[in-house]
Design a protein around this ligand. Structure first.
Ligand SMILES: Cc1ncc(COP(=O)(O)O)c(C=O)c1O
Length: 276
């Protein structure tokens, strides 16, 4: 009855751990959960208040597919301030969380059989999303001895004619590694030399404490094939408080995948063609 592609999906181990922790807590057992990556504090009042004010002032309608212009401009300001990156609001797509963004990216980029290099250990959703649309995830080991830094040589050896993209996740879930500028630069060069896309998931950027996080997009390597995703704050009231910067033509591909309308993101208001 259901689509065959769902048979490839493994159940989410993160959610299973989360459910187990909740069950143990309900039995009065004191549990520290390493399941879903949530802060242990409530969303700050100023964020809740801002969301409430926005709703009360009538911001309850469909937005542009890529997000409201003010938010996209704010993402550009953040990228310039924190990462030294120059992006235009038209380069930014706001979506409902990293998982949604990453899914949009694999839908826009992969054909069945395309291979995706996933440095391992990895966040469990990367391979599942790739498999779901018929791609082939290829785990590439990192070592405890190097603090689980990216291994550019192993990545280079794993490239085949079917390799389409490399997933870079720094700071990393689950290892906590913050990848070194040297290894990121080597991977950026590999991507440019071999014509690969790089998807950079930097959602834990605000949580690097002893080592400074470096965005692969900031390393001076030509980056017109680099999709850089980030999350501004760990505790957000609205899942749409979330942004991703990426280069021109990928941006319009993702918009097409998400919004079903070419150029819909550039419209200043919602039209029937904008989708919904
Ligand atoms: C590395 C990584 N990327 C993305 C996500 C998903 O983020 P979101 O909640 O914004 O969909 C998580 C959540 O655990 C994660 O660990």
């Amino acid at each position: 009855m259901l689509a065959d592609r769902l048979k490839t999906l493994a159940p989410s181990s993160t959610l299973a751990v989360q459910a187990k922790a909740r069950e143990l807590r309900s039995q009065g057992i004191d549990v520290i959960s390493f399941g879903a990556g949530e802060p242990d504090f409530d969303t700050p009042a100023r964020i809740k208040d801002a969301a409430l004010r926005a709703m009360q002032s009538g911001q309850t309608k469909y937005t542009e597919v890529g997000g409201i212009p003010e938010l996209r401009r704010a993402v550009c300001t953040k990228l310039k301030r924190d990462n030294g990156l120059d992006y235009e609001p038209a380069d930014i797509i706001v979506s409902c969380g990293a998982k949604h963004t990453l899914f949009n990216l694999v839908v826009a980029l992969l054909n069945p059989g395309d291979e995706v290099l996933v440095p391992s250990p990895y966040w469990v959703s990367y391979p599942e999303q790739v498999r779901l649309i018929g791609g082939v995830p290829v785990p590439v080991e990192t070592d405890e001895a190097t603090g689980f830094d990216l291994d550019p040589e192993r990545l280079a050896n794993a490239v085949t004619p079917r390799t389409k993209l490399v997933v870079v996740n720094s700071p990393n879930n689950p290892t906590g590694a913050v990848f070194s500028a040297g290894s990121l630069e080597a991977v950026a060069r590999l991507a440019v030399d071999r014509g690969l896309w790089v998807v950079s998931d930097e959602c834990y950027e605000p949580m690097s404490f002893d080592v400074r996080h470096v965005s692969i997009a900031s390393l001076g390597v030509r980056h017109d094939r680099l999709a850089c995703r980030l999350r501004g704050r760990p505790a957000r009231a609205d899942p749409r408080d979330d942004g991703r910067a990426e280069p021109g033509d990928l941006e319009s591909l993702v918009h097409r995948a998400v919004g079903r309308g070419r150029g819909a993101h550039r419209a200043s208001g919602r039209s029937r063609e904008d989708g919904g």
